[in-house]
Design a protein around this ligand. Structure first.
Ligand SMILES: *[C@@H]1O[C@H](CO)[C@@H](O)[C@H](O)[C@H]1NC(C)=O
Ligand SMILES: *[C@@H]1O[C@H](CO)[C@@H](O)[C@H](O)[C@H]1NC(C)=O
Ligand SMILES: *[C@@H]1O[C@H](CO)[C@@H](O)[C@H](O)[C@H]1NC(C)=O
Length: 483
């Protein structure tokens, strides 16, 4: 039973480049990432030294200098399991760090001009610190996520000063004339910011691990996965990715693949959704075809033993009776098959590929004298089955031809040098074993997965494939592995 899927097609603006791939990252997946990284960030901040700070100013015409030294973080705790990225009503990505507790101890010294020193504490209890985050695509097509500096409210900040003697208590009073709090605030802001700035390298490393260009296995084709743009919705981060293939050996050769005029909606609900559009498949077929890998030459002696016909003029006489008559008995026959135009992909409830194939039956009279006795052209119709695999730190889609749904149709005989003959037996032969031979001889496509344009350290759980008109979607739950 197929699930009936309702698809909403939206018209796309012609000005924007057509995405081969679209990604949709639910906030929950970004938050999983945060939970995996934040504890380390907090411990890094705790372990770091805070440098002394010095401020100078004139107060009532008197030059005064304040130095904050021996600053030490006694407590820094964040409820990392409840820290989260959210999107504001103004479509601003925010990082909120709840239950932020801070206790910093230090010594302040006033020089006016003789020094007076006191111990002081800064405490911040149970605050929620909210930091703005920018997510964008750079001109280079790379994704950048940056947590910005703290803005806002430090009203819960308290500063305790313990006077050591009466003279000091006078200075405590004076210190309120010259608000110590402004400067201690700065220390706190810097500290909080150090949490955000320390998170940035992790975010940078994470997003830089996307393979923005990626060769398909060791095939001479590669996918371009640079991002066109990133949009925020209420609950997701939506990315549009180029998803065009190019020839590794002729990178300048432009494909003539025309994108469709509509873009299907992403329909899944999983935390991560990756949609491959028809353009992506068309581009892949274009690259496969022009890279020349869709052709196979199988020598007579390399034919599998279980082939129903021996690939010699005599063996194939059951199929083409005139072969031994024209060329003599027991001459080896090689098979050369190639796809002769760009295969056509149709995206419906499944992925269908149709390829025009021609096979030359080459009589090898001698190593240098090879004669094509005849050519059979036919149509290979197949359905693509796909599976998903975690490998080399990335997530790969492995495409395979679905054996049960593959056949050759529309046979015709062309360029025959041995007269015309019925293709009935040939048809059986094709459907039984040319396909098998071709696959056997060349399983490089099946061994070369297509990597998803997602950061490293993500693994797939509960993957679900969904094919519909105009697109194929993979929906899954991410699991973060620490690298
Ligand atoms: C700072 O806090 C610590 C720990 O709570 C306390 O022992 C110390 O007396 C405080 N110092 C001042 C100057 O308030
Ligand atoms: C998409 O990728 C292809 C292949 O690298 C490239 O030729 C093309 O310019 C890219 N499109 C855009 C809009 O950047
Ligand atoms: C299969 O494809 C690979 C990759 O292009 C190629 O190197 C190899 O020669 C092909 N095998 C056959 C039997 O044609």
């Amino acid at each position: 039973m197929k699930i009936l899927v309702l698809i909403f097609l939206i018209s796309i603006s012609l000005a924007a480049p057509y995405p081969g791939i679209r990604t949709s990252l639910g906030m929950s997946s970004l938050n999983e990432f945060l939970k995996a990284k934040l504890p380390k960030v907090v411990s890094d901040v705790l372990a770091a030294e805070i440098p002394d700070v010095k401020f100078s100013r004139h107060v009532l015409g008197i030059p005064m200098t304040l130095k904050l030294s021996n600053l030490e973080i006694k407590t820094l705790s964040i409820d990392t399991s409840n820290a989260e990225f959210t999107i504001s009503d103004q479509s601003q990505l925010l990082l909120s760090l709840p239950h932020f507790n801070l206790l910093v101890e230090g010594i302040y010294t006033y020089y006016m001009p003789f020094p007076i020193s006191e111990y002081f504490n800064i405490t911040m209890t149970d605050c929620t610190v909210v930091l703005p985050v920018t997510i964008s695509t750079l001109k280079s097509g790379h994704v950048q996520v940056k947590v910005s500096s703290m803005e806002g409210d430090l009203s819960t900040l308290t500063i305790d000063i313990v006077p050591k003697n009466t003279l000091s208590s006078i200075w405590v009073t004076i210190s309120h004339l010259w608000p110590l709090s402004i400067y201690t605030n700065k220390v706190v802001v810097d500290l909080v910011d150090s949490v955000s700035t320390r998170l940035n390298p992790y975010l940078e490393k994470f997003f830089n691990s996307i393979k923005y260009t990626d060769q398909v296995g060791n095939l001479p084709i590669a996918g371009d996965y640079h991002f066109f743009n990133i949009d925020l919705t209420k609950e997701t981060i939506e990315g549009e990715v180029n998803g065009t293939f190019f020839l590794v050996n002729a990178p300048g050769q432009k494909s003539d693949v025309k994108p469709p005029s509509t873009l299907p909606d992403i329909i899944g609900m999983a935390p991560i959704r990756v949609q491959f559009t028809e353009y992506y498949f068309d581009s892949l077929m274009w690259a496969l075809y022009y890279s020349g890998i869709l052709s196979f030459y199988i020598k007579s002696e390399d034919m599998p033993d279980n082939a129903p016909y021996v690939f010699t003029t005599s063996g194939l006489s059951k199929v083409a009776p005139n072969l031994p008559v024209v060329y003599g008995q027991n001459i080896p026959v090689d098979l050369q098959c190639s796809v002769y135009k760009v295969p056509v992909v149709s995206l419906l409830q499944n992925v269908y590929v149709s390829a025009s194939v021609n096979c030359n039956f080459i009589v090898r009279m001698s190593p240098i004298n090879k004669i094509t006795a005849f050519t059979v052209i036919s149509q290979l119709n197949t359905q693509i089955a796909a599976s998903i695999k975690n490998q080399d730190g990335g997530i790969y889609v492995i495409a395979t031809l679905d054996n049960g749904n593959t056949d050759f149709t529309d046979f015709s005989l062309i360029n025959s040098k041995i007269g015309s003959f019925s293709l009935d037996k040939m048809i059986t032969a094709f459907n039984y074993y040319v396909y098998a031979i071709v696959l056997d001889a060349n399983d490089s496509l099946e061994n070369s997965g297509l990597r998803l344009p997602l950061p490293e350290g993500l693994q797939v759980e509960k993957a679900y494939f969904n094919a519909y008109i105009g697109g194929v979607e993979i929906d899954f739950d991410p699991v973060f592995v620490n690298s």
